[in-house]
Design a protein around this ligand. Structure first.
Ligand code: SF4
Ligand code: SF4
Length: 398
């Protein structure tokens, strides 16, 4: 049953005036490095040590899980700091070590459709849950970039080559049970694992494309805004919670992209009733612990410099959102957990998605059913760990 239809406009459908590249230093995770208003919060966010608590979801088991889940992103990619290293290196790392292949070979692309199918197969083989392709709209690039370095924040020009005309956007599904505990640590672990899998999948796919003789630049959150690229690539729509909502997993995905000059066929952007459903829903706004999500209709009004100008949507107040993360001692994801589009796979959920996309007059009833059945309620972190047998650990101080 097909719930999504192809539409003409990608992320441009939300434009309410001229769109310009976003200055990355205004992005929420970068402002604590330079914005006097955010310095104190940033110090706490980036440097405070968080003691484990004897509260389910906040124990040392939970903290260790988060820490392990982030390992690949933190040590071998660093997309949240600016990328360009490890799995997100911009150039060919090493050589064909196995099997050993002569240098300088290049496949001839006769049919971009076939090439696109080939790339999508490789992407899912490496771990992508969803893959879409778009032409690169350079208005979605960060410009200038703002990198987090050992010496502090650094403004640099975005030197993504114009010859890389295509973006392959991959979505990585996050663990349903983990996100179900949001805003406790297992949800952060699901997020961290999403980031590590982004780096793993995007890095390997880029290396595959290089092996075919073409340029490929893999990126996590760095270099360009992922959500508009994902919308352009037909992966989903923008939700009230400021996130990409996909037909398959709702907002329970993380996004990465690979820029390339490999000739490909772009996918069509899609719509499947998210815009209309968000108008009558508002669960994310109601349940957000910091009230950072707008109620009412979409608007071009922004909260602060972390919002993009000239976009008609529901802007998130990232300042109050980050303040909650600091108070919570980890991140959050409540706006992912409660969203009615966040469902595990199931034929009945497929059917509901089809109704939402084709029969919007049932939206209020479906929203009522969603709440009545208890979807979106916080799950006990003990359940994530497989029962209540895990008691808070005795911690031995070294
Ligand atoms: S992450 Fe949490 S605090 Fe931030 S907007 Fe979503 S629900 Fe609100
Ligand atoms: S919770 Fe409701 S309003 Fe918020 S993004 Fe999901 S569908 Fe839209």
């Amino acid at each position: 049953m097909k719930s999504a239809i192809a539409v003409e406009k990608g992320a441009e459908r939300y434009a309410d005036g001229d769109l310009h590249p976003f200055d990355q230093k205004n992005e929420m995770f970068k402002r604590p490095l330079w914005d006097p208003m955010m310095l104190d919060l940033g110090k706490k966010f980036y440097f405070d040590r968080i003691s484990p608590r004897n509260t389910p979801g906040y124990t040392l088991y939970d903290q260790a899980l988060v820490n392990a889940a982030w390992r690949l992103e933190d040590d071998c990619a660093q997309g949240v700091r600016g990328g360009k290293m490890g799995m997100y290196a911009w150039d060919w790392a090493g050589k064909f070590s196995y099997p050993r292949v002569r240098k300088g070979l290049k496949v001839k692309v006769g049919d971009p459709n076939l090439m696109s199918r080939n790339i999508k197969k490789a992407a899912t083989f490496f771990g992508a849950s969803l893959v879409g392709i778009c032409r690169v709209d350079r208005r979605w690039l960060y410009s200038p970039l703002y990198l987090i370095t050992r010496e502090g924040g650094k403004v640099v020009e975005n030197d993504l080559p114009e010859t890389l005309k295509y973006a392959i956007v991959i979505a990585i599904e996050m663990d349903y049970e983990g996100i179900g505990t949001a805003p406790a640590h297992p949800a952060s672990a699901a997020t961290g694992l999403g980031y590590s899998r982004m780096a793993f999948t995007a890095g390997l796919l880029a290396q595959y494309i290089r092996g075919l003789g073409y340029q490929a630049i893999p990126c996590g959150n760095d270099t360009a805004c992922s959500i508009p690229l994902a919308i352009d690539a037909g992966l989903g729509e923008l939700g009230r919670n400021g996130l990409l909502i996909t037909p398959e997993f709702g907002p329970r995905v993380r996004l990465a992209k690979i820029f390339t000059d490999l000739p490909l066929t772009p996918d069509s952007p899609i719509a499947f009733g998210v815009w209309e459903f968000c108008q009558i829903c508002g669960k994310c706004a109601e349940k957000c612990p910091s009230q950072s999500i707008m109620r009412g209709g979409p608007t071009s009004e922004t909260h602060n410099i972390s919002n993009r100008e000239n976009v008609r949507a529901w802007h998130i107040n990232a300042e109050t959102c980050l303040a909650f993360w600091v108070a919570n001692g980890t991140d959050c994801a409540t706006c992912i957990r409660v969203c009615p589009f966040n469902k595990p796979w199931g034929a009945h959920h497929e059917f509901i998605r089809w109704v939402i996309s084709t029969q919007p007059r049932f939206n209020r009833f479906l929203l009522w059913v969603d709440s009545a059945l208890g979807y979106g309620k916080k799950k006990a972190p003990q359940r994530f760990w497989g029962g209540s047998s895990l008691t808070p650990p005795d911690i031995l101080e070294e």
